[in-house]
Design a protein around this ligand. Sequence first.
Ligand code: FPP
Length: 263
Amino acid sequence: MEHTLTQVKNYADLTPAELRALVDPMRLPRHMAIIMDGNGRWAARRGLPRIAGHRKGMEVVREVVTACSRLHVPALTLYAFSTENWKRPPLEVSVLMSLLTLYLRQELSLMKRDNIRFSTIGRVEDLPPEARAWIERAKAETAGNTGMVLDLALSYGGRWEIIDAVKKIAADMKAGNIEPDALDEKIFSGYLDTRYMPELDLVIRTSGEQRISNFLLWQTAYAELYFTEALWPDFTERDLLVAILDYQGRQRRFGKTSEQLGS
Ligand code: FPP
């Protein structure tokens, strides 16, 4: 059976392979970011401890990374741990750090196989030594890879990222390296953690919450937002493909009119 995006109203009837065939490879988001929310609720609904939700969430990370890499999405940022997450109970923080280490230990060989380059944003220096060591190792061993960039946001906060950029710019101005009048969006972006990443095109948030939660505040300026009711541990490749198809069905005007865009 052949489908086109306009013919298909109900993706629920299609298999992942059929959905994959509908994705336009020329119009993939250059940079996709995901707020992986709902691990705790997933566990609570099953009478399990919250950490069981994080563990299942880690398996979903693996599935989504592989699917994005196979679609040739250029860059994927996952909100794995926010600056605010340090306020969670110490046991949960410690489990999340152990899962991060476990993930990198298990996935490094797959990243190498799939030509994925590993990167991070956020205050990685705040993380425990073992996690930091694996982060450095994964970065070093995938530095030459040319496929998808997998970027984990770790101890990351958007406001902090902007303040940090402002501090660096102020220092450069004081040192005479930048004239205040020369500062523009391009130069400012060059001081953010995401300076080597492509423009952010699509942000997905799971679990029905419709907030940005201090994630990529500067970068979301023109991004498309996609919210799904699915809890992160229930999120599947099918959900990912539906989000990308929804994105591809939108008209992005960047402040212009439809007529100016010629459609
Ligand atoms: C939000 O769910 C999720 C997090 C704070 C952490 C995300 C972590 C993972 C997906 C697992 C590990 C990831 C890697 C990359 C190894 P929540 O706990 O806020 O859920 P709730 O809102 O239902 O309580």
